[in-house]
Design a protein around this ligand. Structure first.
Ligand code: PSU
Ligand code: MN
Length: 308
């Protein structure tokens, strides 16, 4: 039944069937998260990094009425070139887009759904959506958090994006029982910086220990995801004060332009990029590479454990 909607690339299908390491990748980061051609180049390089670290990449998107798991270079180019013209597809968008055969780029939430349907347990991205600043008025809370509460996929990210309300996002995750792990750090990274001023729940020092935690959680029937917060490399991070200023300014402009809903995150990311003279884009690319490598290591460790 599910085959009607799910289209696994032959390489991904083979890897899943043989319990090899696979890493899921989202496509909103390609279409809405970065400009062309850097988005395409980054997406292809991320796949390369995952391969070089012993796992099979599976970039996910909605193409012609199917959830495609594993894309061709042409499909990645198409997503990159389409940019915001392609629909940003989260959980609520899947039924409409698939039944109408409208193409879409998957967010963290919908990529988790697809990965889970395909049997992929590890997913790499840049940053997750969260509770937006001012959410007590706007109610703007990303569907990514509900997905983390419910869907058994581990998400490797560079922490919680500094454009969000980190404190409320951590509270929300606590309520829904989503573990927030810090890879070799006690401090929650804030995407562009290692520093955030908040702590993770647990510091974990290697991929094997993380894989064991994942196995334990799901063996116990504790449904839902896990956040693995991997700090941007020290020499690639941006200045904390400088980022704080750029984010404040982006939030003011968002309010003035009355930007809301699904447009909010892409607007803030591109505004921050503009205000930092492009340096935020470079940092964004570097942190995604860093996450791809760790996700491949975790996927490998998890595949080994599954065999035991
Ligand atoms: N973080 C990035 N780039 C992105 C996103 C997050 O650095 O493009 C995307 C992800 O796809 C994430 C989505 O799932 O933004 C969250 O959007 P919203 O806040 O509307 O749920
Ligand atoms: Mn939102």
């Amino acid at each position: 039944m599910i085959e009607k909607y799910l289209d696994l690339h032959s390489e991904v299908k083979h890897a899943i069937a043989n319990n090899l390491a696979v890493v899921a990748l989202e496509s909103t980061i390609i279409s809405h998260g970065m400009p062309y051609p850097q988005n395409k180049e980054t997406a292809l390089q991320v796949e390369e990094i995952i391969r070089n670290n012993g796992a099979v990449p599976a970039t996910i998107a909605l193409i012609n009425g199917k959830i495609k798991v594993g894309l061709s270079i042409d499909e990645i180019d198409y997503l990159g070139k389409s940019g915001s013209k392609i629909v940003k597809a989260s959980r609520r968008d899947l039924p409409y887009l698939l039944s109408q055969k409208i193409d879409g780029a998957t967010t963290v939430a919908s990529t988790m759904i697809a990965a889970n349907l395909a049997g992929i347990r590890v997913f790499a991205t840049g940053g997750i959506g969260g509770v937006h600043r001012g959410a007590s008025q706007t109610f703007d809370i990303s569907a990514d958090l509900q997905e983390l509460a419910n869907t058994n996929v581990a998400v490797v990210c560079a922490g919680i994006k500094a454009i969000l309300d980190l404190e409320l996002t951590l509270e929300y995750l606590e309520t829904y029982g989503v573990p927030v792990l810090g890879y070799q750090t006690n401090e929650l990274p804030a995407f562009y910086t290692q520093k955030s001023g908040f702590n993770v729940n647990y510091k974990m020092d290697n991929a094997k220990a993380i894989a064991q935690l994942l196995k334990t959680k799901w063996n116990l029937g504790l449904k839902g995801g896990v956040i693995i917060a991997n700090p941007i490399p020290k020499d690639k991070q941006l200045d904390y004060e400088c980022m704080t200023d750029a984010i404040e300014e982006a939030l003011i402009q968002e309010k003035q332009l009355a930007i809301k809903g699904k447009e909010s995150t892409p607007f803030l990311l591109s505004k921050v990029k503009e205000l930092t003279g492009g340096s935020s884009l470079q940092a964004n690319i570097e942190l995604v590479y860093n996450n791809a490598k760790l996700a491949a290591e975790i996927a490998r460790a998890y595949a080994t454990l599954k065999k035991l």
